[in-house]
Write a protein that binds this ligand. Structure first.
Ligand code: HAM
Length: 438
Protein backbone atom coordinates (compact mmCIF):
# COMPACT_ATOMS: atom_id res chain seq x y z
CA UNK A 1 0.00 0.00 0.00
CA UNK A 2 1.28 3.50 -0.86
CA UNK A 3 2.45 5.49 2.10
CA UNK A 4 0.28 8.56 2.63
CA UNK A 5 2.31 11.22 4.39
CA UNK A 6 0.41 14.20 3.00
CA UNK A 7 -1.14 16.84 5.22
CA UNK A 8 -4.67 15.79 6.24
CA UNK A 9 -7.58 17.54 4.46
CA UNK A 10 -8.58 20.77 6.09
CA UNK A 11 -5.20 21.45 7.72
CA UNK A 12 -2.54 23.95 6.72
CA UNK A 13 1.20 24.50 7.11
CA UNK A 14 2.64 27.91 7.86
CA UNK A 15 6.13 28.20 6.35
CA UNK A 16 8.80 30.70 7.52
CA UNK A 17 8.16 32.99 4.55
CA UNK A 18 4.58 33.57 5.74
CA UNK A 19 4.91 33.43 9.49
CA UNK A 20 5.31 37.20 9.88
CA UNK A 21 1.65 37.51 8.85
CA UNK A 22 0.67 35.37 11.84
CA UNK A 23 3.04 37.33 14.07
CA UNK A 24 1.33 40.57 12.99
CA UNK A 25 -2.08 39.33 14.11
CA UNK A 26 -0.76 37.72 17.28
CA UNK A 27 1.24 40.80 18.30
CA UNK A 28 -1.54 43.29 17.70
CA UNK A 29 -4.19 41.09 19.34
CA UNK A 30 -1.96 40.35 22.33
CA UNK A 31 -0.94 44.00 22.88
CA UNK A 32 -4.50 45.23 22.55
CA UNK A 33 -5.84 42.59 24.98
CA UNK A 34 -3.10 43.43 27.48
CA UNK A 35 -3.96 47.13 27.27
CA UNK A 36 -7.47 46.15 28.42
CA UNK A 37 -6.10 44.20 31.40
CA UNK A 38 -6.16 40.67 29.95
CA UNK A 39 -3.41 38.17 30.80
CA UNK A 40 -2.47 35.17 28.69
CA UNK A 41 -3.71 31.69 29.59
CA UNK A 42 -2.59 28.40 28.03
CA UNK A 43 -4.66 25.25 28.30
CA UNK A 44 -4.39 21.65 27.05
CA UNK A 45 -5.22 20.72 23.46
CA UNK A 46 -7.62 18.01 24.61
CA UNK A 47 -10.09 17.78 27.47
CA UNK A 48 -12.46 15.19 28.86
CA UNK A 49 -15.28 14.84 26.34
CA UNK A 50 -17.86 15.50 29.08
CA UNK A 51 -16.64 19.09 29.35
CA UNK A 52 -17.79 19.84 25.79
CA UNK A 53 -21.06 17.92 26.15
CA UNK A 54 -21.92 20.05 29.20
CA UNK A 55 -20.78 23.41 27.82
CA UNK A 56 -20.99 23.52 24.02
CA UNK A 57 -24.18 21.43 24.28
CA UNK A 58 -25.31 18.00 23.15
CA UNK A 59 -27.67 19.27 20.44
CA UNK A 60 -25.13 21.52 18.67
CA UNK A 61 -23.55 20.64 15.32
CA UNK A 62 -20.15 20.93 16.97
CA UNK A 63 -20.89 18.14 19.45
CA UNK A 64 -23.12 16.01 17.25
CA UNK A 65 -21.07 16.06 14.06
CA UNK A 66 -17.72 17.76 14.38
CA UNK A 67 -15.75 16.60 17.40
CA UNK A 68 -12.56 14.53 17.19
CA UNK A 69 -12.93 12.14 20.08
CA UNK A 70 -10.59 9.33 21.08
CA UNK A 71 -11.03 6.58 23.59
CA UNK A 72 -7.80 6.29 25.57
CA UNK A 73 -7.79 3.55 28.20
CA UNK A 74 -11.48 3.78 29.16
CA UNK A 75 -11.53 7.59 29.10
CA UNK A 76 -13.02 9.67 26.31
CA UNK A 77 -11.01 12.71 25.30
CA UNK A 78 -11.86 15.33 22.68
CA UNK A 79 -9.53 17.63 20.74
CA UNK A 80 -10.83 21.09 21.64
CA UNK A 81 -13.38 22.32 19.12
CA UNK A 82 -13.21 25.82 20.71
CA UNK A 83 -11.43 27.61 23.53
CA UNK A 84 -14.07 28.82 25.98
CA UNK A 85 -14.90 25.52 27.71
CA UNK A 86 -11.26 24.61 28.45
CA UNK A 87 -10.40 28.13 29.57
CA UNK A 88 -13.34 28.30 31.97
CA UNK A 89 -12.43 24.84 33.26
CA UNK A 90 -8.90 26.16 33.89
CA UNK A 91 -10.18 29.27 35.70
CA UNK A 92 -12.20 27.00 37.98
CA UNK A 93 -9.55 24.36 38.50
CA UNK A 94 -6.87 26.94 39.37
CA UNK A 95 -9.12 28.82 41.79
CA UNK A 96 -8.85 32.04 39.76
CA UNK A 97 -12.51 32.87 40.28
CA UNK A 98 -11.77 33.26 44.01
CA UNK A 99 -9.31 36.04 43.19
CA UNK A 100 -10.06 39.65 42.21
CA UNK A 101 -12.94 39.82 39.76
CA UNK A 102 -13.35 40.27 36.92
CA UNK A 103 -10.84 37.69 35.75
CA UNK A 104 -9.64 38.56 32.27
CA UNK A 105 -7.72 36.06 30.14
CA UNK A 106 -6.77 35.79 26.48
CA UNK A 107 -5.47 32.89 24.41
CA UNK A 108 -4.17 31.87 21.01
CA UNK A 109 -4.87 28.23 20.25
CA UNK A 110 -5.65 25.61 17.63
CA UNK A 111 -9.17 24.14 17.41
CA UNK A 112 -10.41 21.01 15.69
CA UNK A 113 -13.77 20.50 14.02
CA UNK A 114 -14.63 17.81 11.51
CA UNK A 115 -16.37 20.09 9.00
CA UNK A 116 -16.36 20.00 5.20
CA UNK A 117 -13.22 21.98 4.31
CA UNK A 118 -13.58 25.06 2.11
CA UNK A 119 -12.06 28.56 1.95
CA UNK A 120 -12.09 29.88 5.52
CA UNK A 121 -13.33 26.61 6.96
CA UNK A 122 -10.69 24.21 8.20
CA UNK A 123 -10.57 21.09 10.32
CA UNK A 124 -7.67 22.48 12.29
CA UNK A 125 -7.88 26.26 12.65
CA UNK A 126 -6.60 28.86 15.09
CA UNK A 127 -8.40 31.29 17.33
CA UNK A 128 -7.34 34.36 19.19
CA UNK A 129 -9.91 34.66 21.94
CA UNK A 130 -10.57 36.02 25.36
CA UNK A 131 -12.90 35.53 28.31
CA UNK A 132 -13.94 37.84 31.13
CA UNK A 133 -15.57 36.31 34.22
CA UNK A 134 -17.37 38.00 37.11
CA UNK A 135 -19.28 40.91 35.57
CA UNK A 136 -22.96 40.91 34.67
CA UNK A 137 -22.88 44.55 33.56
CA UNK A 138 -23.57 45.47 29.93
CA UNK A 139 -20.50 47.70 30.25
CA UNK A 140 -18.44 44.49 30.16
CA UNK A 141 -20.18 43.47 26.91
CA UNK A 142 -19.34 46.88 25.42
CA UNK A 143 -15.78 46.55 26.68
CA UNK A 144 -15.05 43.28 24.89
CA UNK A 145 -16.84 44.39 21.71
CA UNK A 146 -14.71 47.53 21.79
CA UNK A 147 -11.60 45.40 22.25
CA UNK A 148 -12.48 43.20 19.25
CA UNK A 149 -13.18 46.20 17.07
CA UNK A 150 -9.90 47.84 18.13
CA UNK A 151 -7.95 44.74 17.07
CA UNK A 152 -9.67 44.72 13.68
CA UNK A 153 -8.99 48.44 13.22
CA UNK A 154 -5.32 48.08 14.18
CA UNK A 155 -4.97 45.26 11.67
CA UNK A 156 -6.34 47.80 9.16
CA UNK A 157 -9.14 45.44 8.19
CA UNK A 158 -11.92 47.34 6.45
CA UNK A 159 -15.56 46.64 5.60
CA UNK A 160 -16.31 44.45 8.58
CA UNK A 161 -19.79 44.85 10.06
CA UNK A 162 -20.64 44.32 13.69
CA UNK A 163 -23.94 42.49 14.19
CA UNK A 164 -25.44 42.22 17.65
CA UNK A 165 -28.41 40.43 19.15
CA UNK A 166 -29.73 39.29 22.50
CA UNK A 167 -30.83 35.68 22.89
CA UNK A 168 -32.23 36.25 26.37
CA UNK A 169 -31.98 34.14 29.50
CA UNK A 170 -33.74 30.91 30.55
CA UNK A 171 -36.72 32.99 31.78
CA UNK A 172 -37.53 34.64 28.46
CA UNK A 173 -36.49 31.59 26.50
CA UNK A 174 -39.30 29.41 27.88
CA UNK A 175 -41.92 31.45 26.00
CA UNK A 176 -39.69 31.72 22.93
CA UNK A 177 -39.13 27.97 22.79
CA UNK A 178 -42.91 27.52 22.81
CA UNK A 179 -43.25 29.88 19.84
CA UNK A 180 -40.44 28.11 17.95
CA UNK A 181 -41.94 24.67 18.57
CA UNK A 182 -45.23 25.90 17.21
CA UNK A 183 -43.63 27.46 14.13
CA UNK A 184 -41.24 24.63 13.23
CA UNK A 185 -43.83 22.02 14.22
CA UNK A 186 -45.97 23.24 11.31
CA UNK A 187 -43.03 22.48 8.93
CA UNK A 188 -41.96 19.25 10.59
CA UNK A 189 -42.14 17.07 7.48
CA UNK A 190 -39.53 19.26 5.72
CA UNK A 191 -36.99 19.30 8.55
CA UNK A 192 -33.82 17.15 8.66
CA UNK A 193 -33.54 14.24 11.11
CA UNK A 194 -31.29 16.14 13.51
CA UNK A 195 -33.76 19.03 13.62
CA UNK A 196 -36.60 16.66 14.55
CA UNK A 197 -34.62 15.82 17.65
CA UNK A 198 -33.75 19.48 18.23
CA UNK A 199 -37.44 20.43 18.04
CA UNK A 200 -38.00 18.46 21.23
CA UNK A 201 -34.75 19.12 23.06
CA UNK A 202 -33.54 22.58 22.04
CA UNK A 203 -35.60 24.38 19.37
CA UNK A 204 -33.23 27.38 19.13
CA UNK A 205 -30.65 25.08 17.53
CA UNK A 206 -32.94 24.76 14.50
CA UNK A 207 -32.06 28.37 13.71
CA UNK A 208 -28.44 27.58 12.88
CA UNK A 209 -28.94 24.26 11.09
CA UNK A 210 -26.73 24.20 7.99
CA UNK A 211 -29.12 21.98 5.95
CA UNK A 212 -30.50 24.34 3.24
CA UNK A 213 -34.19 23.35 3.69
CA UNK A 214 -34.09 23.90 7.45
CA UNK A 215 -32.17 27.15 6.96
CA UNK A 216 -34.84 28.42 4.54
CA UNK A 217 -37.69 27.60 6.91
CA UNK A 218 -35.79 29.27 9.76
CA UNK A 219 -35.80 32.60 7.91
CA UNK A 220 -39.44 33.32 8.88
CA UNK A 221 -39.26 31.93 12.41
CA UNK A 222 -40.26 34.12 15.39
CA UNK A 223 -37.39 36.23 16.74
CA UNK A 224 -36.17 36.21 20.32
CA UNK A 225 -36.10 40.02 20.63
CA UNK A 226 -39.93 39.91 20.76
CA UNK A 227 -39.74 37.64 23.81
CA UNK A 228 -37.07 39.26 26.00
CA UNK A 229 -37.87 39.67 29.71
CA UNK A 230 -37.45 43.13 31.27
CA UNK A 231 -33.98 42.42 32.61
CA UNK A 232 -32.65 41.15 29.27
CA UNK A 233 -34.29 44.01 27.38
CA UNK A 234 -32.73 46.54 29.77
CA UNK A 235 -29.31 44.86 29.41
CA UNK A 236 -29.54 45.07 25.63
CA UNK A 237 -30.65 48.73 25.70
CA UNK A 238 -27.71 49.67 27.93
CA UNK A 239 -25.27 47.80 25.71
CA UNK A 240 -26.51 49.80 22.72
CA UNK A 241 -26.10 53.01 24.70
CA UNK A 242 -22.50 52.13 25.61
CA UNK A 243 -21.66 51.18 22.03
CA UNK A 244 -23.07 54.53 20.89
CA UNK A 245 -20.98 56.28 23.54
CA UNK A 246 -17.86 54.48 22.32
CA UNK A 247 -18.84 55.37 18.72
CA UNK A 248 -18.86 51.74 17.65
CA UNK A 249 -21.16 51.15 14.71
CA UNK A 250 -23.40 48.09 14.79
CA UNK A 251 -26.55 46.60 13.31
CA UNK A 252 -29.05 44.51 15.19
CA UNK A 253 -29.47 41.12 13.59
CA UNK A 254 -32.14 39.05 15.32
CA UNK A 255 -31.08 35.97 13.30
CA UNK A 256 -27.77 35.65 15.14
CA UNK A 257 -28.11 32.82 17.65
CA UNK A 258 -24.52 31.41 17.53
CA UNK A 259 -23.80 27.71 17.19
CA UNK A 260 -22.92 26.93 20.80
CA UNK A 261 -25.40 26.33 23.61
CA UNK A 262 -23.83 28.30 26.42
CA UNK A 263 -24.80 31.79 25.30
CA UNK A 264 -27.25 34.05 27.14
CA UNK A 265 -28.24 37.68 26.50
CA UNK A 266 -25.70 39.43 24.23
CA UNK A 267 -24.34 37.65 21.16
CA UNK A 268 -22.35 39.33 18.41
CA UNK A 269 -20.40 38.69 15.23
CA UNK A 270 -18.05 40.70 13.04
CA UNK A 271 -18.70 39.73 9.44
CA UNK A 272 -17.32 40.52 6.01
CA UNK A 273 -18.65 39.68 2.57
CA UNK A 274 -15.16 39.72 1.03
CA UNK A 275 -13.99 36.15 1.66
CA UNK A 276 -16.96 34.09 0.52
CA UNK A 277 -19.45 32.12 2.57
CA UNK A 278 -17.30 31.86 5.73
CA UNK A 279 -17.34 35.58 6.44
CA UNK A 280 -17.56 35.60 10.24
CA UNK A 281 -14.13 36.70 11.42
CA UNK A 282 -15.09 37.03 15.09
CA UNK A 283 -17.91 35.65 17.21
CA UNK A 284 -18.76 35.88 20.84
CA UNK A 285 -21.18 36.80 23.56
CA UNK A 286 -22.23 36.40 27.16
CA UNK A 287 -22.65 33.03 28.85
CA UNK A 288 -23.99 33.71 32.33
CA UNK A 289 -25.04 30.10 33.03
CA UNK A 290 -21.91 28.19 31.96
CA UNK A 291 -19.81 28.49 35.10
CA UNK A 292 -22.78 27.49 37.25
CA UNK A 293 -23.41 24.52 34.96
CA UNK A 294 -19.82 23.35 35.47
CA UNK A 295 -19.27 24.25 39.12
CA UNK A 296 -22.53 25.11 40.86
CA UNK A 297 -21.38 28.70 41.47
CA UNK A 298 -23.07 31.53 39.68
CA UNK A 299 -20.43 33.66 37.95
CA UNK A 300 -21.51 35.60 34.85
CA UNK A 301 -18.99 35.64 32.00
CA UNK A 302 -18.48 36.59 28.38
CA UNK A 303 -15.92 36.54 25.60
CA UNK A 304 -15.17 36.21 21.90
CA UNK A 305 -12.89 34.40 19.49
CA UNK A 306 -11.46 35.44 16.14
CA UNK A 307 -10.51 32.95 13.44
CA UNK A 308 -6.90 33.73 12.56
CA UNK A 309 -7.02 32.04 9.13
CA UNK A 310 -10.12 34.08 8.25
CA UNK A 311 -8.45 37.31 9.37
CA UNK A 312 -5.51 36.41 7.11
CA UNK A 313 -7.83 35.80 4.15
CA UNK A 314 -9.31 39.29 4.57
CA UNK A 315 -5.90 40.90 5.09
CA UNK A 316 -4.53 39.27 1.92
CA UNK A 317 -7.59 40.34 -0.03
CA UNK A 318 -7.37 43.92 1.21
CA UNK A 319 -3.58 44.17 0.88
CA UNK A 320 -3.09 45.03 4.55
CA UNK A 321 0.40 45.68 5.90
CA UNK A 322 2.26 43.11 7.98
CA UNK A 323 5.23 43.42 10.30
CA UNK A 324 8.40 43.38 8.21
CA UNK A 325 9.80 39.85 8.16
CA UNK A 326 13.23 39.54 9.73
CA UNK A 327 16.04 39.28 7.22
CA UNK A 328 19.73 38.58 7.56
CA UNK A 329 21.36 41.73 8.89
CA UNK A 330 25.00 40.73 8.45
CA UNK A 331 26.51 37.99 6.31
CA UNK A 332 30.12 37.18 7.13
CA UNK A 333 31.95 35.68 4.17
CA UNK A 334 35.28 33.94 4.77
CA UNK A 335 38.24 33.16 2.53
CA UNK A 336 40.51 30.60 4.16
CA UNK A 337 40.56 28.71 7.43
CA UNK A 338 41.88 31.48 9.65
CA UNK A 339 39.34 33.96 8.30
CA UNK A 340 36.62 31.41 8.93
CA UNK A 341 37.43 31.22 12.64
CA UNK A 342 37.33 35.04 12.77
CA UNK A 343 33.88 34.98 11.15
CA UNK A 344 32.65 32.54 13.77
CA UNK A 345 33.78 34.90 16.55
CA UNK A 346 32.38 38.00 14.85
CA UNK A 347 29.01 36.33 14.23
CA UNK A 348 28.85 35.33 17.88
CA UNK A 349 29.56 38.90 18.95
CA UNK A 350 27.00 40.47 16.61
CA UNK A 351 24.35 37.96 17.68
CA UNK A 352 24.98 38.89 21.32
CA UNK A 353 23.67 42.32 20.36
CA UNK A 354 20.48 40.66 19.18
CA UNK A 355 21.26 40.88 15.49
CA UNK A 356 20.75 38.24 12.85
CA UNK A 357 24.12 37.17 11.45
CA UNK A 358 25.06 34.26 9.21
CA UNK A 359 28.20 32.69 7.84
CA UNK A 360 28.85 29.73 5.59
CA UNK A 361 28.11 26.23 6.87
CA UNK A 362 28.17 24.58 3.44
CA UNK A 363 31.91 24.65 2.69
CA UNK A 364 31.28 27.05 -0.17
CA UNK A 365 33.84 29.14 -1.99
CA UNK A 366 33.73 32.93 -1.67
CA UNK A 367 31.68 33.45 -4.88
CA UNK A 368 29.05 30.95 -3.82
CA UNK A 369 28.94 32.51 -0.33
CA UNK A 370 28.19 35.93 -1.84
CA UNK A 371 25.56 34.44 -4.14
CA UNK A 372 23.88 32.92 -1.11
CA UNK A 373 24.08 36.25 0.80
CA UNK A 374 22.29 37.87 -2.14
CA UNK A 375 19.65 35.17 -2.31
CA UNK A 376 18.70 35.56 1.35
CA UNK A 377 18.72 39.35 0.95
CA UNK A 378 21.43 40.08 3.55
CA UNK A 379 21.44 43.79 4.42
CA UNK A 380 25.21 44.00 4.99
CA UNK A 381 28.13 41.73 4.17
CA UNK A 382 31.73 41.59 5.35
CA UNK A 383 34.36 39.65 3.45
CA UNK A 384 37.27 38.46 5.56
CA UNK A 385 40.43 36.91 4.11
CA UNK A 386 44.17 36.90 4.83
CA UNK A 387 44.52 40.58 3.81
CA UNK A 388 41.83 41.76 6.16
CA UNK A 389 43.38 39.80 9.00
CA UNK A 390 46.87 41.17 8.42
CA UNK A 391 45.57 44.73 8.04
CA UNK A 392 43.19 44.44 10.98
CA UNK A 393 40.29 45.91 9.04
CA UNK A 394 37.54 44.76 6.75
CA UNK A 395 34.94 46.29 4.47
CA UNK A 396 31.31 46.38 5.50
CA UNK A 397 29.15 46.54 2.40
CA UNK A 398 25.65 47.92 2.36
CA UNK A 399 24.09 45.55 -0.16
CA UNK A 400 21.32 47.92 -1.13
CA UNK A 401 23.34 51.06 -1.87
CA UNK A 402 26.63 49.33 -2.63
CA UNK A 403 28.36 51.71 -0.18
CA UNK A 404 31.37 50.34 1.66
CA UNK A 405 32.66 51.27 5.12
CA UNK A 406 35.97 50.34 6.70
CA UNK A 407 35.47 48.34 9.88
CA UNK A 408 38.45 47.81 12.14
CA UNK A 409 38.99 44.32 13.44
CA UNK A 410 40.46 44.71 16.88
CA UNK A 411 44.17 44.01 16.48
CA UNK A 412 44.60 42.73 20.01
CA UNK A 413 41.99 40.09 19.59
CA UNK A 414 41.03 39.35 16.02
CA UNK A 415 37.41 38.47 15.76
CA UNK A 416 36.14 41.50 17.67
CA UNK A 417 34.63 44.53 16.04
CA UNK A 418 35.67 47.70 17.78
CA UNK A 419 32.70 48.44 20.04
CA UNK A 420 32.41 51.93 18.53
CA UNK A 421 31.86 50.32 15.16
CA UNK A 422 29.51 47.68 16.48
CA UNK A 423 27.32 50.50 17.78
CA UNK A 424 27.58 52.28 14.45
CA UNK A 425 26.54 49.19 12.51
CA UNK A 426 23.72 48.63 14.96
CA UNK A 427 22.43 52.15 14.39
CA UNK A 428 22.11 51.39 10.72
CA UNK A 429 20.21 48.22 11.63
CA UNK A 430 17.98 50.14 14.05
CA UNK A 431 16.65 52.23 11.19
CA UNK A 432 15.38 49.04 9.61
CA UNK A 433 13.02 48.29 12.47
CA UNK A 434 9.42 48.73 11.66
CA UNK A 435 7.23 49.71 14.59
CA UNK A 436 3.57 48.75 14.18
CA UNK A 437 1.27 51.72 13.77
CA UNK A 438 -1.10 51.57 16.72
P1 HAM B 1 -17.22 30.25 17.07
O1 HAM B 1 -18.14 31.23 16.39
O2 HAM B 1 -17.58 28.82 16.96
O3 HAM B 1 -17.15 30.69 18.58
O4 HAM B 1 -15.75 30.45 16.52
C1 HAM B 1 -15.12 31.71 16.60
C2 HAM B 1 -14.44 32.04 15.29
O5 HAM B 1 -13.55 30.98 14.93
C3 HAM B 1 -15.37 32.16 14.11
O6 HAM B 1 -15.96 33.44 14.06
C4 HAM B 1 -14.44 31.91 12.94
O7 HAM B 1 -13.75 33.11 12.64
C5 HAM B 1 -13.47 30.90 13.50
N1 HAM B 1 -13.84 29.54 13.07
C6 HAM B 1 -14.82 28.75 13.56
N2 HAM B 1 -14.85 27.56 12.91
C7 HAM B 1 -13.86 27.61 11.99
C8 HAM B 1 -13.36 26.70 11.00
N3 HAM B 1 -13.87 25.47 10.86
N4 HAM B 1 -12.33 27.09 10.21
C9 HAM B 1 -11.78 28.32 10.36
N5 HAM B 1 -12.20 29.23 11.27
C10 HAM B 1 -13.22 28.88 12.07
C11 HAM B 1 -16.38 30.08 19.51
O8 HAM B 1 -15.55 29.23 19.27
C12 HAM B 1 -16.56 30.64 20.91
N6 HAM B 1 -15.72 29.87 21.82
C13 HAM B 1 -16.23 32.12 20.94
C14 HAM B 1 -16.43 32.69 22.32
C15 HAM B 1 -15.48 32.94 23.22
N7 HAM B 1 -17.60 32.99 22.85
C16 HAM B 1 -17.40 33.44 24.10
N8 HAM B 1 -16.13 33.39 24.33
Amino acid sequence: MALNIKRPNGTEDVIPRDVHKWHTIEKIARETAESYGFGEIRVPTFENTDLYLRSVGETTDVVQKEMYTVMAKETKFTLRPEGTAGVIRALLQNGLLNEALPQRVYYTLSCFRHERPQAGRLREFHQFGLEMAGSDSPAADAEIISLASTILRRLEIKNVKLLINSIGCPTCRAEYHKALREYFGAHKDKLCGTCHERLEKNPMRLLDCKVPECHEIGKDAPIILDYLCDECRDHFEKLKLYLDTLEIEYSIDPRIVRGLDYYTKTVFEFVTTEIGAQGTVCGGGRYDGLIEELSGHHVPALGFAMGIERLLLVMEKQGCDYLTPRRCELYLAAMGDEAYTVCLKLAKQVREYGYYAEYDVMDRGIKAQMKYANKIGAAFTVVIGDNEISEGKAKLKDMESGEEHDIPLNDKFLGTFDSYYVDKIMNVFDDMENPIPL
